[in-house]
Design a protein around this ligand. Structure first.
Ligand code: GLC
Length: 466
């Protein structure tokens, strides 16, 4: 097949039509409602967070936040000033590969040691072992993996995602494990709340906007993807089987874990590249939506398309003979999602930016036609991601009757994809406009990047834990 026909085929493979998206909205709504009814292994998790208050900007005090996301562990102290503003100090570590896949004991000790280093550096007054319990700092722990929570400060890990594989941690209480490791080092810290990054994002955005707008959704588009939203307790039937829901509570933030939308792939696009990629992940057949959308996967999807073109002799014909066997283009997980961002940002007539990126993955020479093809492939992979996200956001807004209830529908977002992929938000918005359910209402949606969302959100949660 020649390059232009192969490219046309790939464009078709990644196409997400308006009609498909209209159906996706309804399919999501159905899965989400089922998830609120009962827990089951393969359905959309819709996890209760036990957060029953939404901040209004007036929260005050000094709190600690620990944040375990895709690749980094971050510890911060957040001073909430009570006027929608805050001050934040932080330190960040890249979690070593062997810690991400080793034993639970080593993992929790590693996190506790990072907390110790942070206190020594930024709060020496709080690293004293002499402090009595009343002067302990309260910590909110942002843990961005699916957990089954039973209270604000208790939750067991359902499964790992995003490359972690610490088997003996699955099924154990993550709040208690961190607290035990922190105690073992004698640190004056109480881990009082555990919170998903999307919940943190929703809370942080609500604190920042104060009572001026009601934030309905907190959404992460980074290494992984997920969203949380605020739901009426009366619409969460499965909460009846959980203890410790405060009697006075009317709403609860729900962590959808939408990365696990349509795990049975009844509906999601399913190209040969998606299927092969799934088999290479530590959690095959789970998080199937995330594997088509988020930063951890887009680079690998692109690599698989390019590798397939290359092996069929459709692209990079002149570079092929000198290609090393260990070149990144031939090595799973070796193309970073930033490749797609650079490609979208390259507006030069001869696409020199793309050539620079190609050189890094082992293709030192390419024709303009080949670089144009690369640009288009990157575009269709990213566009599919943005359009799927739009469909699922619309599903959530439909389920919550957001346009009926609110004049302005505010969404907090965070993560490298939304922050760094050029015009990603515009692609999402365009897809929203094309949806029957949204149409002109798209103008009523405000989207705000909530940069330190997980840190501030965890601090807010610690504040609300009382
Ligand atoms: C993964 C995790 C989820 C998290 C998301 C974004 O999907 O399972 O808990 O919110 O990544 O970090």
């Amino acid at each position: 097949m020649n390059l232009s026909s192969a490219l046309e085929r790939t464009k078709r493979d990644f196409l997400v039509t308006n009609q498909y998206l209209d159906n996706l909205v309804n399919f999501f709504e159905k899965e989400a409602r089922e998830g609120l009814q009962k827990d089951s292994e393969r359905s959309l998790p819709m996890l209760p967070s036990f957060v029953t208050q939404i901040p209004n900007g007036s929260e005050k005090g000094l709190f600690l936040a620990a944040d375990l996301g895709g690749s980094n562990f971050r510890v911060c102290s957040v001073h909430l000033n009570g006027d929608r503003s805050h001050e934040l100090k932080q330190m960040k570590w890249r979690v070593p590969n062997e810690t991400m896949k080793g034993s639970a004991a080593k993992f929790w000790t590693y996190l506790a040691k990072c907390i110790q280093d942070f206190l020594t550096e930024h709060h020496p007054e709080q690293s004293s072992f002499e402090l009595d319990g009343n002067s302990y700092l309260k910590m909110g722990f942002t843990f961005s993996f699916p957990i089954r929570q039973t209270a604000l400060n208790s939750g067991t890990l359902i499964r790992w995602t995003k490359g972690y594989a610490i088997e003996d941690a699955v099924g154990t209480d993550v709040c208690e494990s961190l607290q035990t490791a922190v105690r073992a080092l004698n640190l004056p810290v109480d881990v009082v709340a555990i919170v998903n990054d999307t919940v943190g994002c929703l809370l942080a955005r609500s604190y920042e906007t104060g009572s001026s707008a009601q934030t309905l959704v907190g959404c992460i588009l980074g290494t992984g993807t997920n969203a949380a939203y605020s739901e009426k307790i009366s619409r969460i039937p499965k909460l009846a089987t959980y203890d410790s829901v405060p009697k006075s509570a009317k709403v609860m933030v729900v962590n959808t874990e939408w990365g696990s939308f349509d795990n049975n792939v009844k509906f999601l696009p399913n190209t040969e590249y998606d299927q092969a990629l799934d088999l290479m992940t530590p959690n095959p057949r789970f998080h199937m939506f995330e594997k088509r959308v988020s930063g951890m996967f887009l680079g690998e999807i692109l690599r698989r398309v390019l590798e397939s073109f290359l092996k069929k002799g459709t692209i990079f014909t002149s570079a092929k003979t000198s290609l090393r066997k260990d070149a990144d283009i031939l090595t799973p997980w070796s193309i970073d999602t930033s490749f797609l961002s650079y490609s979208a940002a390259d507006g030069s007539s001869d696409l020199t930016g793309i050539q620079q990126e190609l050189t890094k993955i082992g293709i030192s020479d390419s024709s303009l036609e080949e670089r144009q093809a690369v640009k288009e492939i990157c575009h269709v992979v990213a566009l599919r991601s943005a359009r799927l996200v739009a469909g699922i956001i619309a599903g959530l807004l439909k389920m919550t009757k957001a346009f009926e209830k609110f004049e302005v529908v505010d969404i907090g977002m965070d993560g490298a994809i939304i922050e760094f992929y050029p015009h990603y938000e515009e692609m999402v918005r365009e897809a929203l406009r094309s949806l029957r359910f949204v149409g002109a209402n798209e103008k009523r949606i405000t989207i705000g990047i909530s940069r330190d969302g997980s840190g501030i959100g965890a601090a807010l949660c610690a504040a609300m834990a009382g």
